[in-house]
Design a protein. Structure first.
Length: 563
């Protein structure tokens, strides 16, 4: 099949003409007040798009999907029923700059146009120098010139297909290409804001070893720790990640010296060294891009292959939570660090780790149990968003995410209003987890997994019954709450020491939906549907109102106290 080539100049002109008809939203402090940006809301960090908080209900495309407009024709209708509002799509350095200094954005322009037609936003994944730790996406003119763009060395002291992060020449070439990309995105999209965030590189790290063993890297490793890093650590000594600070303390809290003098010998120090140089490299790329168009930018971490050692765990250069402070010191233009979480058992733990020290939570890659995960990250951690990887490979709709995303999209104004003020929480359950308690206001709620009244095999969404279960609760008044969950019971009790009678009861329970921010009750629940009045039963159920196989319902309930 002949490849379809679009006229870049013609499409740029068309997109620019269309964008002139759009109005920018106010955002104080930006040279262009309409640029998507981050903003604090209480203790939460929100992504603001067109003047409003944006909860990113996201799907990431397979790596090569967005390299072909012909292929994307079939992708858009396949992913649209999943209730996405954001798609993560890769942009390959090799594709946009096949010859040095000559750029082709025709495919990207077509992807932007496709997102607009399907009423979705885009997050671009810059597959530049690194993708999944390897240098597989640079152009051939970069790959072939190993003198100009030197490789890292592995344990056998030979080069591997990994451009070293210690190369200023490689950083500058990557930065020039990235700046050209951001300049183009600004030209075609600065008013319509289809593109709202950028991932800079992808899952960086040494992968095959704990450190670059090339002669150049060995020389730098034997030299002094950069003053910029030491200054940052001293200035932030009281707020450093606990494990990192403990490692530094164990080596004597030195404020100058070689890498091993400051942080001790071992693979942990090698990881700190590599993290610093990856952060500096990517910060240089982000700096060049933000000078053209300052969209929010993040890096993501692959959380697989973590060695189990008693010492400070080697990071392999990846943006792990343990070296979050190193990345912040080396990458001030990087807005947040993101975890790719595929491990179901560690999901909640990684969410906690990646919200330390005010780091906003955005999960660009995960898989399975999307309903429970979605409710949990928005309710418990005020997340910017969550994304299923390979969304174009799943069905239409994907029943594991469509229901949860639909519910969050209904609740989005309420969630945004309550982010960061302590009036919202969520719970995540594994298959055999015991009941848990959470407090909101004067009430303490016990949440537990509910047992289906009919055999699981006959229920819609039965495959999810043995996986994760989650629930989100928002307090909207002293005795009023909204909740959503899949197979969770919620039992209120009075928080000891709070004024008033010592017993708690459930008043009215309504099942319903939000339409344009307005609550629409469908029916009142009681009797069997509410445990005889003892608890609120949040459960997955079929419905004719949602075009999906199953659905996580929203319930509004009131509480009261008595003696």
């Amino acid at each position: 099949m002949k490849r379809r080539i679009l006229s870049c100049s013609a499409l740029v002109a068309a997109l620019a003409l269309a964008s002139c008809q759009m109005n920018d939203a106010a955002a104080p402090g930006l040279s262009d007040p309409g640029i998507p940006h981050l903003q604090k809301h209480g203790t939460a960090t929100q992504l603001i798009v067109d003047g409003k908080p944006f909860l990113a209900l996201t799907g990431e495309l397979s790596n090569s999907s967005a390299t072909s407009l012909e292929y994307m024709k079939g992708v858009w209708p396949r992913i649209a029923p999943n209730n996405l509002n954001l798609v993560l799509a890769g942009v390959s350095w090799n594709q946009i700059e096949p010859q040095e200094g000559k750029f082709d954005f025709s495919v990207l322009d077509g992807v932007i146009e496709g997102a607009r037609k399907n009423h979705m936003r885009l997050g671009l994944l810059w597959f530049g120098t690194w993708k999944n730790s390897m240098s597989c996406y640079p152009p051939d003119w970069v790959k072939k010139d190993y003198e100009r763009f030197p490789r890292a060395w592995g344990k056998d002291n030979t080069a591997i297909e990994l451009i070293t992060p210690l190369s200023d020449t490689a950083r500058d070439a990557d930065a020039r290409a990235f700046a050209a990309l951001m300049r183009h995105v600004k030209q075609v999209d600065s008013r319509q804001h289809t593109v709202i965030m950028i991932q800079v590189e992808n899952e960086v790290g040494t992968h095959y070893d704990t450190v670059d063993r090339s002669p150049m890297a060995k020389k730098v490793y034997a030299g002094p720790v950069p003053k910029e890093l030491m200054d940052y650590l001293q200035q932030h000594k009281d707020t450093l990640i606990p494990e990192f600070k403990k490692n530094w303390e164990a080596a004597g809290l030195k404020t100058a010296g070689t890498w091993e003098e400051v942080f001790g010998k071992g693979t942990g120090t090698e990881g700190i060294f590599m993290s610093w140089y990856y952060a500096r490299f990517i910060d240089g790329v982000a700096k060049a891009g933000k000078a053209e168009y300052p969209l929010p930018m993040y890096v993501n971490a692959a959380l697989y292959g973590i060695p189990k050692q008693p010492e400070f765990t080697p990071s392999l250069g990846r943006p792990y939570d343990l070296v979050m402070d190193v990345w912040r010191a080396g990458g001030p233009r990087i807005d947040w660090l993101s975890p790719d979480i595929y491990s179901t058992g560690d999901f909640a733990g990684f969410c906690a780790k990646y919200t330390q020290s005010g780091n906003p939570l955005f999960i660009p890659e995960t898989g399975g149990d999307m309903e429970a995960k979605t409710l949990y990250v928005f309710g418990r951690y005020d997340a910017i968003g969550i994304s299923l990887f390979g969304v174009d490979r799943s069905g239409a709709p994907n029943p594991d995410m469509a229901g949860g995303f639909q519910i969050i999209s209904q609740l989005a104004p309420l969630i945004a209003q309550h982010q960061g003020d302590g009036s919202m929480t969520a719970i995540l359950f594994g298959a055999n987890d015991p009941a848990q308690k959470v407090r909101l206001g004067n009430y303490t709620f016990e949440l537990a997994r509910s047992r289906p009244r009919i055999p699981a095999a006959t229920q819609p969404g039965a495959a999810a019954q043995g996986g994760l279960a989650g629930a989100l609760i928002i307090q909207t008044g002293p005795d009023e709450f909204y909740a959503a969950g899949n197979n969770i019971t919620v039992t209120p009790t009075v928080t000891p020491g709070t004024p008033g009678p010592e017993h708690a009861g459930i008043g009215t329970i309504e099942e319903g939906t939000f339409e344009n921010g307005r609550w629409i009750p469908i029916r009142q629940l009681s009797g069997d549907e509410a445990g005889g009045g003892d608890y609120v039963n949040l459960r997955t159920r079929p419905t004719d109102r949602i075009a999906a196989d199953h659905y996580v319902g929203i319930q509004r309930f009131t509480t009261y106290r008595y003696r």
